[in-house]
Design a protein. Structure first.
Ligand SMILES: Nc1nc2c(ncn2[C@@H]2O[C@H](COP(=O)(O)OP(=O)(O)O)[C@@H](O)[C@H]2O)c(=O)[nH]1
Ligand SMILES: Nc1ncnc2c1ncn2[C@@H]1O[C@H](COP(=O)(O)OP(=O)(O)O)[C@@H](O)[C@H]1O
Length: 215
């Protein structure tokens, strides 16, 4: 930061772990993609999963797709921040380069479920921001799952069944946003991210800056 002004240095901060969770079909992938496109200071934490890729999903972009043996190996080697079983498949957040990048102020977006959210929060309460997205109604949730056209009726029924259990964890989140209109929901999520970035406790550069102002 050789050329930066004292005021710019005052804004130095640790990176955020910005978690977006929702019942399947409520729109977290849609909102995540909009956020990653609009904001070039946040990167996606790409999870590892044993679930098979859906059409159009790319290894290393949407997920790292691995088999059970490889997932077991990663668990044994303590490669995950957290992992959980969702819909019969395992999903985990790899430590990879995230830890060092967070220290350098890089923000990460996590599309993970409530189990992973709890685990991350237990590890790092200061830098975790938990956002839960709700559908405007149960009927609309089903319509969205059907319209997405990725799952058989049986899988949709199972997702709907699970949605109620997922919604029951809503109060373990810092923010709850209803995704009725996608642009309005996205705008709210962005406001949350912007405000959280400005939190005093997170801004490591503020203390020396304020001391200087007071000296
Ligand atoms: N705990 C945890 N959950 C994850 C992770 N990656 C994805 N998930 C969750 O797994 C669930 C299923 O994801 P996916 O198979 O992509 O289907 P989706 O229902 O369309 O999002 C979602 O609730 C994701 O948020 C991870 O690394 N850890
Ligand atoms: N506000 C919205 N209104 C109507 N359809 C939406 C809205 N948000 C998302 N969708 C659609 O609903 C489906 C499920 O959204 P998706 O982002 O895949 O959900 P999730 O990642 O939570 O499973 C997708 O087809 C998406 O285009």
């Amino acid at each position: 930061m050789a050329d930066s002004t004292p005021a710019q240095e005052a804004l130095a901060r640790r990176g955020l772990m910005f978690i977006l969770s929702s019942p399947s079909g409520a729109g977290k992938t849609t909102i995540s993609r909009m956020l990653l496109e609009a904001d070039n200071e946040i990167r996606l934490s790409v999870s590892v999963t044993t679930r098979p890729p859906r059409p159009g999903e790319k290894d290393g972009v949407h997920y790292y797709f691995v088999d059970d043996a490889e997932f077991d190996r990663m668990v044994d080697e303590d490669d995950f921040y957290e992992w959980a079983t969702v819909f019969g498949h395992r999903y985990g957040t790899p430590k990879g380069r995230i830890r060092a990048a967070l220290k350098d102020g890089q923000d990460f977006l996590f599309d993970i479920d409530w189990q992973g959210t709890q685990q991350l929060y237990q590890k790092d309460q200061q830098d975790v921001v938990r956002v839960f997205i709700l559908p405007p109604s149960i009927d609309e949730l089903r319509r969205r799952l059907e319209a997405r056209g990725q799952d058989e009726k049986q899988v949709i029924d199972a997702r709907m069944e699970r949605a109620r259990a997922e919604i029951s964890h809503w109060d373990a989140y810092d923010y709850v946003v209803i995704n009725e209109n996608v642009n309005a929901c996205f705008a709210k999520v962005r406001e949350i991210l912007d405000a959280e970035r400005m939190k005093r406790q997170r801004q490591t550069g503020l203390i020396p800056f304020v001391r200087e102002l007071m000296s």
